[in-house]
Design a binder for this molecule. Structure first.
Ligand code: SF4
Length: 181
């Protein structure tokens, strides 16, 4: 009967440890990991002022199932949200309210302008309607349409996810330059 070879035992143990790491662990960068978790756990704040808000109600319904994207936890509190969706016409009087709600959201935060009214004032070429919310807050994604379809809104959310995935860990104020009034 031969005695066990100590060096063979050691190398066998090393191979087993390497195989274990390959099957049960992975390596990544902190930035990638943080952005991956952020993009898949958006908590929306719907700032609904008009008909586009009705389309958004369709998006969170069971047919479209926005929880597939981890974005079904709709909050109406800026302290608990990181993704503002502006859904509808924003008149000049409403501007300061929108800005205050945005300012109360914690970093990191993102904004989707849903529909032409929020994006550019739409067909309201009038003195009392804001000609796009990017006059007062930074916008990450613009969803066209009047009204945009639920599919269009979901596409906008997916575009935002792509943007978050590619983006670094930076503040909103560094990501955007707000034109301001
Ligand atoms: S974009 Fe069209 S559907 Fe949306 S709020 Fe404006 S008028 Fe209504």
């Amino acid at each position: 009967m031969s005695l066990p070879n100590k060096s063979n035992e050691k190398s066998n143990l090393l191979i087993t440890a390497d195989q274990e790491v390959e099957t049960s662990a992975f390596t990544t960068k902190l930035e990638d990991f943080v952005n991956w978790s952020r993009k898949n756990s958006l908590w929306p704040l719907p700032f609904g002022t008009a008909c586009c808000a009705i389309e958004y109600m369709g998006v969170v319904g069971s047919h479209y199932d926005v929880s597939r994207f981890g974005a079904e936890v709709v909050r109406f509190s800026p302290r608990q949200s990181d993704c503002m969706l502006v859904l509808g016409t924003v008149v000049e009087k409403m501007g300061p309210v929108l800005k205050q709600v945005y300012d109360q959201m914690l970093e990191p935060k993102w904004v989707i302008a849903v529909g032409v009214c929020a994006s550019s004032g739409g067909f309201y070429r009038a003195y009392h309607v804001m000609q796009g919310i990017d006059e007062i807050i930074p916008v990450d994604v613009y969803v066209p349409g009047c009204p945009p379809t639920p599919e269009g809104i979901i596409y906008g959310m997916m575009k935002l996810q792509e943007k978050i995935k590619k983006g670094g860990i930076v503040r909103a104020r560094d990501r955007h330059k707000v034109t301001g009034k």
